[in-house]
Design a protein. Structure first.
Lengths: 280, 697
């Protein structure tokens, strides 16, 4: 017997999650696909479902001195249209899925689904996003890379709910985004890359690189980034091939029905180099 | 304001846009039982036994043992069994139907049913020829020893899935002792004949009615006959109304696709002219021949496209493999060879140091010349005008000079092509024998009866328009209902770009005759048999003679940009000119032009379908990629009249014409953008990366 819970407040939702092991349904654009059976049959839910899409308490975007807070129930369409949201994230959402999906899906849902091909996650890694998780007892803050640990694998306790996504301010960060899909819209990514840098005159004072779709999770390595921070633009250009080589160990794509590992590897390297040479 | 000059509102616009049109799955079917195919999960082997679980009351299992008369689906070459009998030849072949009221229960029963096989080693290679055809023109030997340049190249084209909006579906019930069928279909009489053949029943005991149909593209030409034969076998046994609707993944994995091909050309250039071509066309027919012989014939007839080459040695084979049978799809064999030859003729021009554009124009066929199969181009040909107009619209020459250099990452290409309309040769007069009925009631309302299915392309509107225009009465005074085999004589299948050129012509002739005998206020009827041009003679066995009653012509220009970082192609512009004789409704023709070219461009660079161990790897529309509106530019199309003596107001066909030239025009543009040759479609980024990394291209 599977129960469907429709809480009317966050408090009630947390109580339900504390008492029952549930799928949490926000927009449902991933969950309904995963649980889909043949047409005319009900979705194949093997445990309870808790619906959070009507919780107004989770639908907000605001900023404080530290950064932007995006409530877990906020849909892509509302994020896309909000001026507080960093341009990189908006750019990612512009190319993501289709208008009908963007009208339903949430950013937090994309994070919780933890697909290696989840586009917005790449931007969140690059922007040092943190998640606030809540349960009946309280809340905790987790950096996104500590939350996702595999294909559709996340460190969420059964009684926890993502309450919000926090993105620190990055006023001086220049960003770069490439989504390689099989077509211009409604496309599951073959490779994604987000890059970021800050400059002080010709000195690179921050350098960030994050790949999606080429490993079990989004990949970013702060140690490699640190190695090159402090160099001049020219030095970065000269060392572009070396940086690509450093990052290559993280690019371990597979061949599947959408592309080949050879293509994904080659294009990942091309894009990284293109990003590095674009720094000016 | 519309810029269309002779367009009327499509009859079905309102019902489709308002969501009122009833497609097969929408039809009331309250007490119908669901049919759930049980399919083989190996590509090749003997079926030792099937362990069917104990079926609950009201559930049924129907297989080859229940066949009433003949276990074959009536297709051109009838080798495809209704139910696999003791052996399976491809992954997904239907072994049985599980039938019952509850879909979930049927899924459980299917999971519990165990098929025991003696597996055999499957063949996926093109090595076992099931159909071979060959012909010659002129004397190739005389030029193959005396030439300035020669070139041999091989081209490959992939599978293509139709992706009609509405998946395959059928409902069937007994009306007394009469089997009545409504389905998503192209050819009501094909379905009827398939049921009559497998049951061995009297034709009067089968009735096929067409509901609204959401797209077909050839995919519903033969496959519904299979479903009908299976369900008819079941209905004879259990005598309950039945319903079978495919989900999208089933439709992608278990219905027929376009034939993958591999074509090798050797050409000889002497004094700046392509004087001889030798070709071998290889098609993958899958596990059963079905209609593949005709697909091969049409591929071979188009083997040198619309170019005049005096000496030819042509052969072709359909290979039998342990994969899903391939069958009809818009273009029916010719897109494969037209792509290959268009690429080849430009490649060989380059090898000979000649300008590919001028080289192609120099070889365009002219009226009175001999066709590849030693027939004659009887009618006027306006290809030079089509080319000139298309080049002007696209600013071709300027762009060609601008982009044709290494590193431009931009390219423009054009293709010229023909499409034979109607059934091959004299088949319209000898095989189809279409008969069209017009009746007039006491209120002087004229009723038009055809077996042509309007699956979106607009013939309910255009055929009716031909009748009302010819009679000189308002459109509202003519009705044109969907086919019902109890009321409609066969005007043939909705296929082969024959609807307007053949049935449209019949409509015009019948209306002229009705006008001559018109008596106001009196019930009248006129039946018009098809009589084609008497100068068309064709020998199917030797592949010699006049291959088609008439030809339609076209030119496509495609412009692309190329991203050297990701190897992705973006289509930047599309311009087309067509000679369809005369457009009965120009907006409907432009609809075909936009849709056909979009589908062809998808075929050329996006639509990738691979087989691994006999199974299609792309099982959903997230993985089988067709272009979206965002992937395509606005398309510009111009129609130039060139009236055909045996067409309504001079009209020829246009359904397939708009498909056949898109992939090569795109291919040429890609070649210019990357400054390398390509030999394969889809030219997706994975393939283009190989081409860019490989020095040999």
């Amino acid at each position: 017997m599977v129960n469907h819970h429709i809480p009317s407040s966050l408090k009630e939702a947390l109580k339900i999650l504390d008492a029952h092991d549930c799928y949490i349904m926000a927009g449902g654009t991933d969950l309904m696909v995963v649980k889909h059976q043949r047409s005319g049959l009900l979705p194949n839910f093997d445990k309870d479902v808790c619906y959070i899409s009507n919780l107004k308490e989770l639908q907000y975007i605001y900023e404080d001195e530290k950064g932007v807070h995006i409530g877990a129930g906020t849909k892509y369409i509302d994020i896309q249209e909000n001026n507080l949201v960093p341009d990189l994230l908006k750019q990612i959402i512009d190319e993501l899925a289709s208008p009908n999906i963007r009208n339903m899906a949430t950013l937090a849902g994309n994070v919780a689904n933890a697909s290696p091909a989840g586009d917005s996650i790449v931007g969140l890694y690059l922007l040092d996003a943190k998640l606030e998780l809540v349960n009946v007892h309280g809340s905790r803050i987790v950096p996104i890379e500590d939350f996702i640990f595999g294909v559709r694998k996340i460190h969420r306790h059964k009684n926890e709910l993502i309450k919000e996504i926090f993105i620190p301010h990055h006023d001086d960060l220049n960003t770069y985004w490439r989504k390689v899909g099989s077509r211009a819209a409604e496309s599951i990514s073959k490779v994604t890359f987000a890059g970021g840098y800050e400059l002080d005159d010709d000195k690179v004072t921050d350098l960030r690189m994050a790949f999606g779709s080429v490993s079990v999770t989004v990949v970013r390595d702060r140690e490699i980034e640190k190695k090159y921070i402090g160099l001049t633009i020219d030095e970065i250009h000269e060392k572009a091939d070396e940086i690509v080589e450093d990052m290559e160990k993280y690019i371990t794509p597979i061949t599947d029905q959408r592309s080949t590992k050879e293509y994904r590897l080659k294009v990942s390297k091309n894009i990284l180099k293109d990003f590095l040479l674009s720094i000016e | 304001m519309s810029h269309f000059k002779n367009s009327t509102v499509k009859i079905d616009n309102e019902e489709k846009m308002a969501g009122l049109a009833l497609f097969t799955d929408d039809l009331p079917a309250k007490d119908f039982l669901w049919c759930r195919p049980l399919r083989s999960n190996i590509p090749c082997g003997r079926v030792r036994s099937v362990n069917v679980p104990k079926l609950p009351k009201g559930y049924y299992y129907v297989d080859a043992k229940d066949i009433v008369k003949e276990n074959v689906v009536n297709i051109i070459f009838s080798d495809w069994p209704v139910f696999a009998d003791r052996r399976v030849n491809y992954y997904g072949e239907t072994i049985a139907l599980l039938i019952g009221p509850d879909k979930q229960k049927l899924e459980e029963l299917a999971r519990m049913t165990q098929v025991n096989y003696d597996e055999e080693v499957p063949n996926f290679k093109l090595k076992k020829s099931g159909i071979h055809k060959e012909f010659k023109k002129g004397d190739l030997e005389s030029v193959s020893n005396d030439y300035d340049y020669t070139l041999t190249e091989t081209f490959e084209t992939g599978y293509q899935e139709q992706v009609y909006l509405e998946t395959q579906g059928m409902i069937m019930w007994l009306d007394g002792d009469k089997i009545t069928i409504k389905a998503s279909m192209q050819c009501p009489y094909y379905i009827k004949n398939a049921v009559v053949r497998t049951l061995g029943c009297d034709p009067s005991k089968v009735r096929v009615i067409q509901p609204a149909v959401g797209g077909a593209f050839g995919g519903k030409e033969h496959y519904p006959s299979m479903m009908a034969a299976q369900m008819a076998t079941a209905i004879v046994k259990i005598k309950k109304p039945l319903k079978m609707i495919f989900d999208r993944d089933e439709d992608l994995m278990y219905t027929t696709k376009r034939h993958p091909s591999k074509t090798t050309y050797t050409g000889y250039v002497k004094n700046g002219k392509l004087v001889g071509v030798k070709a071998h066309v290889q098609l993958n027919g899958g596990a059963y021949k079905g209609c593949s012989g005709v697909v091969l014939a049409r591929a071979l007839i188009a083997v040198v496209d619309c170019y005049s080459i005096p000496n030819l040695e042509i052969e072709g084979d359909v290979y039998i493999t342990n994969t899903m049978p391939t069958a009809a799809f818009r273009g029916f064999g010719s897109p494969q060879t037209i792509f290959a030859f268009e690429m080849f003729i430009e490649h060989i021009a380059k090898v000979a140091g000649l300008d590919p554009v001028e080289f192609k124009l120099k070889h365009l066929v002219k009226q009175g010349e001999v066709t590849a199969v030693n027939g004659k181009f009887h009618d006027p040909i306006i290809l030079p005008e089509l080319v000139e107009k298309a080049m002007e619209m696209s600013d071709f020459k300027h762009k060609y000079a601008l982009y044709n250099k290494p590193g431009s990452n931009r390219g423009i290409g054009f293709s010229c092509f023909l499409h034979g309309c109607g059934f091959t040769g004299s088949g319209e007069s000898t095989i189809i024998n279409a008969q069209l009925k017009l009746t007039k009631d006491k209120n002087d309302i004229v009723h038009l009866y055809t077996s042509q299915v309007d699956f979106g392309q607009g013939n309910r509107t255009t055929l009716k328009k031909i009748v009302s225009d010819t009679l000189g009465i308002p459109e509202e005074q003519v009705t044109h209902e969907a086919p019902d085999t109890d009321h409609t004589l066969s005007t043939g299948p909705t296929a082969a770009s024959r609807t307007i050129i053949i049935v449209g012509y019949l409509c015009e002739k019948a209306a002229k005759h009705l006008k001559e005998i018109w008596k106001p206020g009196v019930e009248q009827e006129w039946i018009e048999p098809y009589v084609g041009p008497d100068y068309i003679h064709w020998d199917e066995d030797t592949m010699q003679g006049d291959a088609y009653p008439g030809y339609a012509w076209g030119v496509n220009v495609v412009e692309v940009s190329f991203d050297p970082v990701t190897y992705q192609v973006k289509v930047e512009g599309c311009w087309s000119t067509y000679d369809v004789g005369h457009a009965i409704d120009d907006r409907i023709v432009v609809g075909q032009a936009d849709g056909g070219l979009a589908q062809a461009i998808g075929y050329g660079y996006l639509e990738n379908m691979e087989v691994a161990e006999g199974r299609f790897r792309q099982k959903t529309l997230s993985d089988y990629i067709i272009p979206t509106a965002v992937d395509l530019p606005m398309m510009e199309t111009e129609l130039i009249d060139n009236l055909f003596a045996y067409g309504a107001s001079g009209a020829k066909g246009c359904g397939e014409l708009t498909f056949v030239g898109g992939a090569p025009a795109l291919g040429h543009a890609i070649e210019m953008a990357i400054n390398k040759n390509i030999y394969k479609i889809p030219a997706n980024p994975e393939y283009l990366m190989e081409v860019m990394e490989n020095e040999d291209h």
